[in-house]
Design a protein around this ligand. Sequence first.
Ligand code: MLT
Length: 199
Amino acid sequence: MQHIFEHGTNGRTLLLLHGTGGTERDLIGLAKEIDADANILSVRGNVLENGMPRFFRRVAEGIFDMEDLLFRTKELDDFVQQASVDYQFDRNQVIAIGYSNGANIAGSLLFHHENALRAAILHHPMVPNRDAKIPNLANVDVWIGAGTNDFMCPPQESEQLEQMLQAHGAKVETAWFNQGHQLAMPEVQASKAWYTGIF
Ligand code: MLT
């Protein structure tokens, strides 16, 4: 997969997953804000929708192509595994930071692949798959940033995602912002405060 890797010094790796129409460059600045000493593995989604990169196909807005979602999630999991060998980082210290479609594929990694992630920061995520057999997430920490007026992912999506993750043992914190689907600075600062409290 097309990606950027930058070596850090503290043994953690931030896996950056952009939103629809983004690229692997989008979240680099944000990652430096969260943890300037971590490795960065920033990936470009392999699917194109009208020329816009995404991480999996959708049938319509908010309706995912489940077969493609499962295929692309495994593809990403395999890619991170191979990258950990190639770049020599600890596969057990990978923390995803995803926005929108990127948050949804990060959620899908958690839902479908045990030990894929140590933690995740999910900006404006949805429930990736309501029928997933979710693995044990007892050692996983998740932060969800949600907008009270987010037309793309209504509040109940974030609430249900939180409940589903918690039901499988994850420690989840959800922060609400009086805004829509955009990712604004107060949300980044709140995710940083959470991250700093854990790592
Ligand atoms: C998705 O397709 O993952 C969500 O609708 C969010 C987005 O449009 O990226």
